[in-house]
Design a binder for this molecule. Structure first.
Ligand code: GLY
Ligand code: MN
Ligand code: MN
Length: 425
């Protein structure tokens, strides 16, 4: 199923909230030259907002413009040179040549301009208007169209191929790098265009580093945690999956309990991804579930809800429950229209404050970690002196942590887990 961008623009335009005297311009962005090799550039990635409205992935400098008075969209595209045809095989995109954009703009002199996407040289935009229209566009594109879901299902298939390919390499002796190689090869064999973001593979203590890069570090022994957070990208749509494994098996004792605490909370949180639910409630629900498990394990003392009210969960679960995913790894996360960012410190890393609606695709990714920077902090030790079994925590410092992440499609009924085919322990 392909996406009809003209139909999408016609649908989106009224939702932007532009007044008739206002105009909108959305820039694709400019290629960034590599500093040391003048004729080479970093891979070009068209701005998400421009791509959403045009479907043009390769349009450096491209602009899509909208006149709210005439309700007409005009796409300005780069004129392909002979050199580009010869060296890069570039084909001409449909639309007006970019050289005609200054005249289009001049014909609308004096009108307020909302500028989205990447900055466009020579455009004097209104910052307040641009911010308002950006929020409106973001909200309008939150529910995914069927065509977008179909692409995400392909990305989910490719992601599952990668996670299958890595399975024989989850035992002592294999390095984080080797796991990355096998995983990403599986993505590409499964149809990925590229990886959705920098693949994360962490072994042992490194499993608690949220955005750690894979290194030559090897799995030392059976029982070590291995955390893999990676996903395939297909046609700019990204899947974002985390699985945590225990080298050489399914673990015992404290590690197994920690794993099951996260898994239980994750499964419950996934089931709550139904239309009308407040995202914050899913976040706090998972936090309370995991604190209950830590109380059962003897790590914490007290009532789980009260522990979350005291923000004690931030010692072990210092990130949010998830975010929107799709056109980019964070996609159109953010705030429900009319809301301000919730100032509570424990929500600093919650990337969205939305009411779920059909068509939203969200990640659900609770985790529990033993992070030295938090566990060894004297202020936290003092603040939570009586509610944490510090001796037990110290015994296990260095094991890393557990995160489990799936991508859920919200529907009119039960949520659909797009990444259910990737097994958990
Ligand atoms: N892969 C980064 C994240 O899970 O948000
Ligand atoms: Mn992730
Ligand atoms: Mn994520």
């Amino acid at each position: 199923m392909s996406i009809d961008h003209a139909a999408r623009r016609a649908r989106i335009a009224p939702a932007l909230g532009l007044h008739a005297d206002e105009i909108l311009v959305v820039g694709a962005g400019q290629p960034v030259p590599k500093p040391e090799v003048s004729e080479q550039h970093f891979p070009f990635v068209a701005h998400q907002e421009y791509y959403y409205l045009t479907g043009h992935a390769e349009a450096p400098g491209g602009i899509i413009a909208y006149d709210a008075k005439t309700r007409e969209w005009t796409s300005f595209v780069p004129e392909v040179t002979e050199m580009e045809r010869v060296w890069d095989g570039t084909e001409q995109l449909p639309g007006e040549f970019l050289s005609r954009f200054p005249a289009w703009l001049a014909a609308r002199a004096g009108r307020k301009i909302a500028a989205l996407g990447a900055p466009i040289v020579g455009v004097q935009s209104d910052d307040e208007l641009s911010a308002r229209i950006r929020e409106n566009l973001k909200h309008a594109r939150r529910p995914k169209e069927n065509g977008e879901i179909e692409i995400m299902q392909r990305a989910a298939f490719a992601t599952a191929e990668g996670y299958t390919a890595v399975q024989p390499f989850l035992s002592p002796g294999f390095s984080e790098r080797r796991m990355q190689i096998e995983l990403e090869a599986g993505f590409f064999r499964g149809g990925a265009t590229t990886t959705g973001y920098g693949t994360i593979v962490g072994v042992g203590a490194q499993a608690a580093v949220f955005h750690g890069s894979p290194s030559p570090h090897r799995i030392a022994k059976a029982g070590d945690f291995i955390l893999i957070d990676a996903g395939a990208e297909v046609e700019r749509y990204v899947i974002d999956v985390t699985r945590t494994y225990i080298a050489g098996g399914s673990g015992t004792g404290f590690q197994r309990d920690l794993y099951m605490a996260v898994k239980t909370a994750q499964v419950r949180a996934c089931a709550k991804c139904v239309s009308g639910t407040e995202w914050k409630d899913i976040h706090f629900g998972a936090a309370i579930d995991m604190m209950g498990s830590l109380v059962d394990m003897g790590v914490l003392k007290g009532n789980p809800t009260s522990l979350v009210e005291q923000e004690a969960h931030m010692l072990f679960f210092p990130h949010g429950i998830g975010h929107m995913v799709g056109l980019g790894v964070r996609d159109a996360s953010g705030l429900e229209p009319g809301r301000e960012k919730d100032p509570r410190p424990c929500l600093k890393s919650l990337r969205m404050d939305l009411i779920l609606r059909p068509g939203y695709v969200v990640t659900v990714e609770p985790g529990l970690y033993l992070i030295p920077a938090l566990i060894n902090d004297p202020a936290r030790r003092e603040k939570y002196r009586d509610v944490v079994n510090w001796k037990l925590v110290e015994q296990h410092l260095g094991i890393g942590g557990v995160r489990i992440e799936d991508n859920l499609l919200v529907t009119d009924g039960a949520p659909i887990n797009l990444t259910a085919a990737i097994p958990k322990l």
